[in-house]
Design a protein around this ligand. Structure first.
Ligand code: FES
Ligand code: FES
Length: 177
């Protein structure tokens, strides 16, 4: 069965006709033409399809488009303000947080979402003190970004970029995640 869903993607509204079984990832890529979210595993295991969905990071390969009628989607393409890169995008450039770049749009969206979660005080599996705002140590960053895999192994740059974006440049510049 086909149905129409309305999606606002990177600030532009789209009414897209989809089969009710269509994932949000396929709707974005094949109906809207938004190619920043990448299909890596298509099983919720790699994070390359991550976007910001109504402000929260989300795996679009596990979401049905019909379940998100009216949603606001921000992909890595929509993070920049004109020619001005988003601080997380700039940090990835500054620290070479990519090699082939396939996972990068998902990594960037995930960092943006993760920083918001930390600001909101959300705990992670490695957070010890649940009473205070989490300090984004390297261990916290690695844990919170563990859903985003990089086949190229650009983790050292991703960690450094995330640290910069979090305003916490530490001493483990050469560390691997
Ligand atoms: S494509 Fe969605 S998690 Fe891998
Ligand atoms: S930069 Fe190639 S998969 Fe991450």
């Amino acid at each position: 069965m086909d149905t129409t869903v309305r999606l606002t993607v990177d600030g532009t509204e789209h009414d897209v006709l989809v089969d009710t079984r269509t994932t949000l990832l396929d709707a974005l890529r094949e109906r809207v033409g938004a190619t920043a979210p990448k299909k890596g595993c298509d099983h919720g295991q790699c994070g390359s399809c991550t976007v910001l969905l109504d402000g929260r990071r989300h795996l679009t390969c596990l979401a049905l488009a019909v379940a998100h009628d009216g949603a606001e989607v921000v992909t890595a393409d929509g993070l920049a303000d004109g020619d001005d890169l988003h601080p997380v995008q700039q940090a990835f450039l500054d620290h070479e947080g990519y090699q082939c770049g396939y996972c990068t749009p998902g990594q960037v969206c995930s960092v943006v979402g993760m920083l918001r979660e930390a600001e909101d005080g959300d705990a992670s599996h490695v957070t010890e003190d649940l009473e205070t705002e989490p300090d984004l140590s390297d261990e916290e960053i690695r844990e919170r970004m563990s859903g985003n895999l990089c086949r190229c192994g650009a983790y050292a740059g991703i960690l450094a970029a995330t640290r910069q974006a979090a305003g916490q440049q530490g001493s483990e510049q050469g560390a691997t995640a």
